[in-house]
Write a protein that binds this ligand. Structure first.
Ligand SMILES: Cc1cc2nc3c(=O)[nH]c(=O)nc-3n(C[C@H](O)[C@H](O)[C@H](O)COP(=O)(O)OP(=O)(O)OC[C@H]3O[C@@H](n4cnc5c(N)ncnc54)[C@H](O)[C@@H]3O)c2cc1C
Length: 378
């Protein structure tokens, strides 16, 4: 064995790093939650009845077989001088290399009004259990934030609990980074048919026990209220060890923090002013940090993060870049395919229920626009 590696955080990034290092290093994986590592992207399934255990990435025996030692107590401090990590239960772990993969936490902001109960966010398995319990005797829900996660949550609750769900979005329309306005409006109409009412271009200002009040004066029923307005990287452990932090833990293109023996990966890391926030990058960074520790000298280059989603059963794909020059190749009550160009060259595409055109659209990016390329696949 080459030496000791401690990985703090058992999310996708941490588990990927630990698994990739276990054959050459003595690896300790420090867990911050009461569960074995699970697929965070699937925690909505807990709201609709699954157990946290059903989302586990691997059974306990998998870690044993790999030689990864699990510690079920959060890390409380890092002693850089002595190369050690202290856990809340008093355990001390020595390291030669340390990987911080502490993820992020949901942003929640205070609202005016008297509401003190039934305000949630969805980030952990325990959050999902709390939302599920609250929904069991509630008849309405409001979600603040119409991003991907908020919409997924709203659709899933509307479908499984058969209650009306409102989504509050401060932008002019939902998913402004992924969709053009017309595609977004089509999606919004489809969501309404599924029991999800979107209130766009407004913000939540006040809440009482059963109602949320919006900036335009609308009162929205909200027995259960859930924030879905983004995440904040978990940097406190790194900051208290005097590692450089910005919004996330600052790393170079080799995922190294300001201490050359400490790496930061996944949602917790900030590279070139960029935060990641996607499972795809968390997994990539886990593998790449392991490769770098094992001697790979090439930098981490994040993959393209095209959005390929399913929102309430509706396929949504957003590739490349949106521009002002939009060519609508087809448009119906339930599907739409738009190509975006610059000087006649295809730069991106947005697809609502037209995923079958994804390969053609990828191929078209960088070439002159020609609607015939997409015709036979409608
Ligand atoms: C409901 C939901 C749906 C999502 N859907 C998608 C999706 O469809 N596609 C996508 O790409 N991404 C999605 N994401 C985002 C994706 O889950 C994250 O980008 C990914 O989980 C980041 O992985 P990570 O390992 O960096 O951090 P995390 O998954 O947040 O894991 C970090 C872990 O570190 C632990 N930790 C923190 N502090 C300590 C400490 N001091 N000691 C020990 N442990 C600690 C935390 O408890 C946590 O378990 C979704 C997220 C949510 C919440």
């Amino acid at each position: 064995m080459n030496g000791k590696i401690v990985v703090i955080g058992g999310g996708i990034a941490g588990v990927q790093a630990a698994a990739s290092l276990a054959d050459k290093w003595e690896v300790s994986l420090v867990l911050g939650e009461d569960y074995l590592p699970y697929y965070r992207m699937r925690i909505e399934e807990i709201i609709s009845g699954s157990s946290p255990e059903s989302l586990y990435m691997h059974p306990a025996v998998w870690y044993e077989e790999k030689g990864i030692k699990l510690y079920r107590s959060p890390a409380s401090s890092i002693d850089r001088e002595n190369h050690s990590v202290a856990l809340e239960d008093g355990t001390k772990l020595q390291y030669d290399k340390l990987i911080i993969a502490t993820g992020s936490s949901a942003v929640v902001f205070p609202l005016e009004g008297e509401r003190s109960k039934a305000v949630f966010s969805l980030r952990t398995a325990d959050d999902a259990i709390a939302i599920k319990n609250a929904l069991s005797d509630s008849s309405t829900m409001a979600v603040i934030g119409g991003g991907l996660l908020g919409l997924e949550l709203a659709c899933s609750v509307a479908e499984h609990f058969h209650i009306p769900v409102s989504v509050i979005e401060s932008s002019e329309y939902i998913l402004p980074r992924q969709l053009d306005r017309a595609s977004s409006m089509l999606l919004q109409g489809s969501l309404k048919k599924r029991g999800v009412e979107v209130h766009a271009a407004v913000s939540a200002v006040r809440a009482d026990c059963h109602t949320l009040y919006l900036s335009d004066g609308t009162a929205v029923p909200a027995d259960v209220l859930c924030f879905s307005v983004g995440v904040r990287p978990a940097v406190s452990l790194a900051a208290s060890a005097f590692l450089e932090v910005g919004k996330g833990i600052l790393v170079d293109d080799h995922l190294r923090s300001s201490d050359p023996d400490i790496y930061a990966i996944g949602d917790a890391a900030e590279m070139d002013g960029r935060l990641f926030g996607l499972a795809l990058h968390a997994r990539e960074m886990g593998s790449k940090a392991a490769a770098i520790i094992n001697g790979d000298d090439s930098p981490y280059v994040p993959s393209d993060s095209s959005a390929i989603l399913k929102v309430g059963g509706i396929d949504v794909v957003s590739l490349g870049q949106m521009t002002d020059d939009a060519a609508v190749v087809f448009d119906s009550d339930s599907s739409r395919f738009t190509v975006f160009c610059e000087n006649g060259i295809v730069k991106g595409a947005v697809m609502i229920n037209s995923k079958q055109l994804m390969a053609s659209a990828r191929k078209a990016i960088g070439s002159p626009f020609d609607a015939a390329m997409f015709k036979e696949k409608r």
